[in-house]
Write a protein that binds this ligand. Structure first.
Ligand SMILES: Cc1ncc(COP(=O)(O)O)c(C=O)c1O
Length: 418
């Protein structure tokens, strides 16, 4: 993917301050182009807002991808404010509250992804009260996930979707609800996979599940969602998977599938977050102080885990490994150094023993693969540092697209009964 040059990164840090995130729209455009070239019209693309809900980014994506997937009503509000039509939005999530269902259905959400019979009944009651019939997909949790996925949402006890073993009975119950129109199925079983064969095996498993469930239930399979699982190389030694090889291997299966009678009019959707945006983003943090401590050189920076939890290794990583990073304007002899953030906790660490050109006070460290699960996945309130800026490079222009957090809001009060 097209990287941003050090002069752009330095300009961003000097012009807008650090810490900050910077997103290169050219890199996202390139990635969308690669996906369209690999799969042609076999897959529509849906962006998982949870991976990066920046409003300007959502607005920019509007004319470039087919749909959005949200997982809270907050994400729906951001998407609508960014200009998305509710009809092009789907809503996943295992704990949708009644007020969220009400707001989403009232807004005309395109597809509600129902994750349990309980949720289906709640949505049915709400839709009928509004005299509506809400289009839904039913989320299925397969009983296995191929080896090679960084995180599993199925194949073991899991909060997500209806377990495949329970699907027969559950689907019978859901398909008869008059306030809902079942328009297909949804599977998102695993994420962050860098193995082409495992990705293909996973999709083949989805096809088998779609085929067998649609054959036995009154489902008009207009939309079938494939939770992509497509991963990105976060660490040295990680190899990107071969997208062309995935497309070449699964293409004939998809073509066979969509020429069979029940699926001739089905739209297959690839739902993905990190693969679209992670590599387009950098996190920039500036060295405030360098300490030599008992034989270890430590760069203490103005932003760390509070801004970028995943890079600190506390977002599902089993063994902490350094994200790829570099020193902006990287002159100097290579030297091992630890990179830590400003928090008063020893877990605020962005790198252990990373080899960089000698790092000094004032230097900027650029953490790669930071366009997904950066700010949105981070405990920004801890120790009350100001939130980092968010910048976007669009058509050669550097724009401040920061989300503002209202720290002083009066949240009201409630008189205690007792
Ligand atoms: C339902 C659903 N869709 C999409 C995604 C996006 O995953 P990724 O960013 O790995 O593509 C997730 C990730 O947790 C998810 O749970």
């Amino acid at each position: 993917m097209t990287a941003l040059s050090d002069s752009v990164l330095a300009e961003a840090a000097d012009g807008f301050g650090t810490p900050c995130f910077i997103y290169a729209t050219s890199a996202i455009e390139e990635r969308i182009g690669q996906l369209r070239a690999a799969f042609g019209s076999r897959f529509a693309l849906s962006f998982a807002v949870k991976s990066n809900p920046n409003p300007a980014l959502l607005g920019w994506l509007n004319r470039r991808i087919d749909s959005l997937d949200i997982s809270s009503i907050g994400e729906m509000r951001l998407a609508l404010a960014a200009g998305w039509d509710a009809a092009r939005i789907s809503f996943t999530g295992p704990a949708k509250r009644a007020d969220e269902l009400r707001e989403a259905i009232a807004a005309g959400i395109g597809l509600l992804i129902v994750e349990s019979v309980r949720e289906a009944r709640a949505a049915d009651t709400i839709a009928r009260a509004m005299k509506r019939v809400q289009p839904i997909l039913i989320r299925i949790a397969p009983d296995s996930v191929p080896r090679g996925f960084g995180d599993h949402m199925a194949g073991r006890p899991s909060a997500f979707g209806i377990d495949l073993e329970d699907a027969e009975e559950a689907l019978d119950g859901i398909c008869g609800l008059p306030g809902l129109s079942v328009q297909g199925l949804h599977i998102y079983s695993g994420t962050q996979c860098l193995k082409a064969e495992a990705i293909v095996e996973n999709y083949r498993g989805f096809l088998a599940i779609f085929e067998s469930l649609c054959a036995r239930h009154a489902i008009d399979p207009r939309t079938l969602v494939f939770g992509s699982g497509l991963g990105v190389p976060y660490h040295d030694g990680d190899t990107p998977f071969d997208l062309a090889a995935v497309a070449e291997a699964i293409g004939p299966d998809l073509d066979r599938f969509t020429t069979a009678a029940p699926f001739r009019h089905s739209s297959l959707v690839l739902e993905l977050g990190r693969y679209l945006v992670a590599e387009a983003g950098y996190f920039l943090t500036r060295v405030v102080s360098v300490k030599q401590s008992r034989g270890t050189r430590i760069a203490i920076c103005d932003g760390g885990m509070n801004n970028h939890l995943p890079a600190s290794g506390h977002f599902g990583m089993v063994i902490r490994r350094n994200y790829r990073m570099h020193k902006v304007g990287g002159e100097g002899a290579p030297e091992k150094i630890d990179i830590v953030g400003p928090l008063c906790t020893s877990i605020d660490r962005l790198a252990s023993g990373v080899e960089l050109p000698r790092v000094e006070e004032g230097d900027i460290i650029a953490v790669h693969q930071s366009g997904a699960y950066g700010l949105t996945a981070s405990p920004i309130h801890f120790i009350s540092h100001a939130p980092p800026a968010e910048l976007m490079v669009v058509d050669g222009e550097l724009r401040d697209v920061s989300r503002f957090f209202d720290e002083g809001a009066d949240t009201g009060s409630l008189r205690l009964r007792a």
